[in-house]
Every structure is written in structure tokens, then in C-alpha cells.
Design a binder for this molecule. Structure first.
Ligand SMILES: [Zn+2]
Length: 200
């Protein structure tokens, strides 16, 4: 596995990414009421200081919780949540923060790197790392909550058909980030610095 010590994350293998990115762009905004069984949305600001809104959608693959970080038709930064009610709360919380991290690091406003290329894989590893550290430091996630996230990730990736090597690699990265005492904020700051992007 390639190590990139300057930002403290390791690359995950090629095929392990699509689980968190499938969704329907033609979804309905539904911020007024939080349906039962859905995690409370986290505070999320992008690197320009804009507030990121979360929206529950009916799109995406049935039975598979997923999120997507985009700017909507009005140019506002949003996270689209699909099929969240099918997932454990801990995994919903993880997906929210993973997608938020794509806004925090400026991924959403940068040209999308080639799908499954090295840069794309690195962005996914970084978002995973930011997400699990936020859960640890802001939500008090310990080992048992971490294991719930890892188990849900494993189940969904296996459902999609990822090989065990991809699943194990992604969870290994996640575990390394969880064990590393550096904060999500540290990592976001390092990434923004490397990209010469503004920080809030
Ligand atoms: Zn992602």
C-alpha cells in the first residue's frame, strides 16, 4: 500500500469507491422535517465558509444508503442523502461527514479527476479519514461505533460486488485514521494548504 505520510492517509484500492457516490440529482429537497430513523445532520461548512445543506432523496439504488456532494441548480453547496433509512445511524453519520469532507476540502469546486484514477482515490481516502475523525472527536465514537461503521461499509460494498481486497483496504485506511490522534481539522488544513485553497 502506498503511504502518503504528509497527510496521514493511505490509498485505498481501485474499486472501493462507488459505494458512497451513487444518487439521483433529480431529488426533492426535504429539509423541513427529519423523518424518523434518520441521523441529525452535522454542521458543515465548505472551505469558502458557505453552509452546506443536507437533503433527503428517494433516488439511488434501492436498499443502499448513499450520499453525493454537489452544488445544486442555484449554485448552493449540498449533500444529497439517498436511502438513509436502510442504514444504521452510525453509518448515516459517516456518509454525511464523508460527503461534507468533499465540500471542506474543495473537491466539489475542483475539476473532477478521472473516475478511479489516483487523484480520485486519494480524495475518497481523505474524505473517509476526515469523516471518521469527526465522529471520534465530535460525536464520541469509540471502538464499538467504529465497528458499526466498518460493518455497514463492508456489507454495502460486498452487496455491490467489491472484492474482499478492496473492502479490507478501505477499512484498513479508515482504521488507521481512527487510531491516529490527528484531527479532521488538521487533515483538511493540510489538504487545503497543498491545494493552495482558501481556509475558513
Ligand atoms: Zn466520496
Amino acid at each position: 500500500m502506498t503511504r502518503l505520510p504528509e497527510i496521514g492517509v493511505s490509498l485505498i484500492s481501485l474499486a472501493s469507491l462507488a459505494v458512497l457516490v451513487a444518487s439521483s440529482a433529480a431529488a426533492q429537497q426535504d429539509l423541513a422535517k427529519q423523518p424518523p430513523g434518520l441521523a441529525a445532520v452535522p454542521v458543515c461548512l465548505n472551505n469558502k465558509g458557505e453552509t452546506v445543506e443536507f437533503s433527503n432523496t428517494g433516488g439511488g439504488r434501492a436498499g443502499l444508503a448513499a450520499g453525493m456532494a454537489i452544488r445544486d441548480g442555484n449554485g448552493n453547496p449540498v449533500v444529497m442523502r439517498s436511502n438513509y433509512s436502510t442504514a444504521p445511524i452510525e453509518f448515516q453519520q459517516f456518509i454525511d461527514r464523508h460527503e461534507c469532507a468533499h465540500h471542506q476540502t474543495g473537491d466539489v469546486d475542483r475539476p473532477h479527476p478521472p473516475r478511479n484514477g489516483l487523484e480520485h482515490l486519494m480524495n475518497e481516502s481523505i474524505s473517509d479519514c476526515v469523516a471518521i475523525r469527526r465522529l471520534r472527536d465530535e460525536e464520541g465514537f469509540g471502538k464499538s461505533s467504529f465497528e458499526k461503521v466498518a460493518a455497514a461499509l463492508r456489507t454495502d460494498m460486498a452487496k455491490i460486488g467489491f472484492p474482499e481486497s478492496s473492502i479490507a483496504s478501505r477499512i484498513r485506511n479508515l482504521s488507521g485514521c481512527f487510531e491516529n490522534p490527528a484531527s479532521a481539522r488538521d487533515l483538511v488544513g493540510q489538504v487545503l494548504g497543498q491545494r493552495d485553497l482558501p481556509q475558513q
